[in-house]
Design a protein around this ligand. Structure first.
Ligand SMILES: Cc1cc2nc3c(=O)[nH]c(=O)nc-3n(C[C@H](O)[C@H](O)[C@H](O)COP(=O)(O)OP(=O)(O)OC[C@H]3O[C@@H](n4cnc5c(N)ncnc54)[C@H](O)[C@@H]3O)c2cc1C
Length: 379
């Protein structure tokens, strides 16, 4: 009987983990000792950081979409059939079509999704850049925007913690390029008592905002939007008039996680070092769906994938390894249209943003293109 590895979710984390496992275990797969099955819900793989550039018409959708099958090592069996139930007591995943996938090892990589409907009026009154359609709609709204107040508002939790800063800095350069800065007020809001969750990043970003004349309000948690009157209300009692509202909607994990009783809100209880689902030694979790209090980012998913693939391959080949996740996250942060900064941090070391430079911006653009190598487990 072969060891059966099932991966649920064919996004960044699931794809990298699957490809690394296939590479490490290709002898065992070819000998019939290991089988890797990937279950995902759509045939395309989307590079989500590209949405930011779609909003400013700098990238076309075709550049950020690939066929999932083309990204996978041929040793992996792909099933486009959403998982509807994960039964950990029976070690089986059940899909929408009724198929059952028994497993010896399960990797949960179902990511996170936006839930704009969690805030009354947000869907009707706001724009966002957190999915392809939203980014395209925002692009059209920006093209037709003639001036006024642009409010940026941030729901929690959400993936890519630096994206609200990036959109704000890029909006500044967009209006500057169009010669509209005198007609536009950029107004950034943030839910806690500083402009970013990571304190060193907040300390770096606030003076940048002040230098550019970007206004900001902290302790601002979205409560309700009135799309008719164009007013955004906060739980703290502030009412903000807007002409264009750009929101990061709050997020949840996948529905299948909640439906399987694996975690409230779709967040799976995960050991921050081993990346095992707490209480389930043969279940690993990668990417946004973990409940680890760390950035939900592609780089997080990537570094976690390295650890999970190494642990499972080693368990199968030699009985185990001490490899653990150290909390590493790396992010290039756009600070406009032609400069970026860079942060890296882990559980022990806080981030230290470096001075923005053109070189870091080009490195971010370079990585955007190299992502496909990363997904294939090459980079
Ligand atoms: C605008 C934007 C900018 C970003 N910028 C950056 C950045 O600069 N740097 C960075 O590191 N990260 C960035 N990110 C975040 C990054 O894209 C995510 O953190 C990363 O994709 C998480 O990987 P994941 O595998 O956990 O989830 P995903 O990549 O979202 O993959 C989850 C997969 O699971 C599938 N799935 C869900 N439910 C089911 C089911 N029931 N059955 C089967 N399959 C299912 C989904 O369809 C999806 O394919 C950005 C994200 C956005 C939206």
């Amino acid at each position: 009987m072969p060891k059966r590895i099932v991966i649920v979710g064919g996004g960044a984390g699931g794809t990298i983990t699957g490809n690394l496992l296939a590479r490490n275990l290709h002898h065992q797969i070819e000998n019939g000792q290991v089988v890797i099955n990937m279950i995902t819900d759509k045939p395309e793989h989307v590079y989500q950081p590209g949405f930011l550039y779609i909003a400013f018409d700098k990238v076309r959708p075709e550049e950020i979409i690939r066929k999932q099958q083309d990204l996978l090592d041929p040793h992996i069996n792909l099933f486009i059939d959403p998982a509807v139930k994960i039964e950990r007591e029976k070690n089986v995943v059940i899909t929408k079509s009724g198929k059952e996938f028994p497993y010896d090892y399960l990797i949960v990589a179902t990511g996170s999704r936006i839930v704009p409907e969690a805030i009354p009026g947000l869907k009707e009154g706001a724009h966002w850049f957190y999915d392809l359609q939203g980014a395209q709609k925002l692009r059209e709204a920006l093209k037709g925007f003639e001036g006024g107040r642009v409010v940026i508002a941030v729901g929690v939790p959400h993936k890519c913690p630096v994206a609200p800063l990036e959109i704000t800095f890029m909006l500044y350069d967009y209006f500057k390029q169009k010669g509209m800065l005198d007609k536009v007020e950029i107004y950034y809001t943030y839910p806690i008592n500083r402009v970013h969750a990571l304190e060193p990043v907040a300390n770096w970003a606030a003076p940048q905002f002040e230098k550019k004349g970007i206004k900001y309000e902290v302790l601002f948690n979205m409560e309700e939007v009135d799309p008719e009157k164009k007013i955004l209300k906060s739980m703290e009692g502030t009412h903000l008039n807007y002409d264009l509202l750009i929101a990061v909607p709050p997020h949840k994990g996948a529905q299948v996680i909640e439906d399987s009783g694996m975690g409230k809100g779709g967040w799976v209880a995960t050991n921050k070092q081993t990346l095992r689902n707490e209480g389930h030694n043969n279940v690993y979790v990668v990417g946004d769906t973990t409940d680890i209090p760390i950035s939900k980012a592609g780089s997080t998913a990537h570094f976690e994938s390295d650890v999970v693939a190494e642990r499972i391959a080693s368990e199968i080949q030699e009985g185990g390894t001490m490899t653990e996740y150290d909390g590493k996250v790396v992010c290039f942060v756009e600070t406009g249209f032609d400069e970026a900064t860079y942060v890296w941090f882990n559980y022990k070391n806080p981030p230290k943003p470096t001075p923005p430079s053109k070189m870091l911006h080009w490195m971010k653009l370079g990585y955007n293109r190299m992502y496909w190598l990363s997904a294939r487990g090459v980079l």
